[in-house]
Ligand binder design. Structure first.
Ligand SMILES: *Cc1c(COP(=O)(O)O)cnc(C)c1O
Length: 384
């Protein structure tokens, strides 16, 4: 490979994904080093050098952090990425390391179901919390005097989208920092840092790694001081990913584009197939031209995600649908290569109807997946 950066080719998303974070070639070394299992590293004399103790640093994290940074902000130097043991570890790291007693934080009221738990924690520490829905940039109305704005777009599970650039401009004008939860979109679908956000935060458990076999989270940001506080929070709390998880995650990134493009196609095909069904209401997919999120999503996203949501007439109908599926696993989470779906109301916590289904399109053959879903819908309707 060529060391002259001026000579480096501009590459597409797939090329970037297969190479992301790989070290420069060294003769007789593997192209992608294996996981480094180490609690501590040789450290004679003064405490110096990159690797000292396994809660602070690990060479497998370094490569993964570099890879995620390349995907979140292609071609940009100076993006600092910090990986965590889970998405929630990353979410908490930003909120709890940035907000101080007396500060005001703005959260969405329709975000990930564990956000209200973080809210309770923030309030217990004397942080004021305001909430507003994601859709229609409703958070604009509650920004006054805020220290941090938390955006989740598209929101999970409602799939509402807000104009991130507009919210960032308003937040920055009032002196607030902005974090965007980019889990649903993945860095292939949306680049929060390019839209002006200070932090792009995500669960790597979902579409980023896509195999449903690990938990991971990350925070990417451009400001070294902000990143430093997030990194310090990781050290204090110790929410570090295991080297095996970090390595598996990095390996999964090579297929990010392959997986994601197929999953997005499948999600759109499924949404289109559900459009005219009498038993389906409240169909949401930002990629459908008729969806309320479509216009804003098209302006700021390069793909609409793998999640489709819709509502069946009642709980029993939704349960019949779920058990009639052959190619779709009844499981939570989303973004995996095998389609999953669930009746979301079974968890409590989300404001959704009893028959609400969150469907995550996998990488199956499109016609197989659509046929399975339509057949299960027919079956569920026939038994009612
Ligand atoms: C799953 C999820 C999280 C939490 O991630 P974990 O890896 O499960 O801790 C945060 N935000 C969103 C939008 C999610 O979907």
């Amino acid at each position: 490979m060529n060391d002259d950066t001026d000579d480096r080719p501009r590459v597409g998303e797939g090329t970037r994904a297969v190479r992301a974070g790989l070290p420069d070639p060294v003769k007789n070394e593997p192209t992608m080093p294996g996981p480094v299992f180490a609690a501590h590293f040789h450290l004679p004399g003064d405490v110096e050098g990159p690797y000292t103790y396994g809660r602070d640093t690990n060479p497998t994290w370094t490569l993964l952090e570099r890879a995620i940074g390349e995907l979140e902000a292609p071609g940009e130097e100076g993006v600092d990425t910090v990986v965590f043991a889970s998405g929630m570890a990353a979410v908490s790291a930003v909120l709890l390391s940035q907000a101080r007693a007396g500060d005001t934080v703005v959260l969405p009221d329709d975000g990930y179901q564990a956000l209200p738990l973080v809210r309770d924690q923030l309030e217990a520490y004397g942080v004021h919390v305001r909430t507003a829905p994601t859709g229609g940039e409703a958070q604009l109305a509650v920004l006054e005097g805020a220290r941090l704005l938390w955006i989740e777009s598209p929101s999970n599970p409602g799939l509402d989208v807000c104009d991130i650039r507009r919210l960032v401009e308003a937040a920055h004008a009032g002196g607030a920092l902005v974090a965007v939860d980019n889990t649903l979109a993945t860095p292939l679908g949306q680049r929060p840092l390019a839209l002006g956000a200070d932090f792009s935060v995500a669960s790597g458990t979902k579409g980023l790694t896509g195999h449903g076999d690990l938990l991971l989270g990350y925070v990417a940001c451009r400001d070294a001081a902000l990143a430093g506080r997030v990194r310090q929070w990781r050290k204090v709390v110790g929410a570090v990913p295991g080297p095996m998880e970090a390595w598996l995650a990095h390996r999964s990134l090579a297929t990010l584009q392959l997986r994601t493009l197929r999953q997005w196609d499948n999600a759109l095909a499924l949404a289109e197939a559900l459009t005219d069904r009498a038993d389906v209401t409240g169909l949401r997919y930002p990629g459908l031209p008729t969806d309320p999120s479509h216009k804003t999503a098209t302006r700021q996203m390069s793909g609409y995600g793998s999640v489709v949501s819709f509502t069946l007439p009642d709980r029993a109908h939704a349960e019949r649908f779920m058990s009639a599926l052959h190619l779709v696993e009844d499981a939570t989470s989303f973004g995996g290569v095998r389609s999953t779906a669930e009746r979301r109301g079974r968890w409590g916590g989300d404001a959704v109807p009893d028959g609400f289904i969150r469907f995550s399109a996998g990488a199956e053959d499109t016609e197989d997946l659509v046929a399975d879903v339509l057949r299960a819908l027919d079956r569920a309707a026939a038994e009612s």
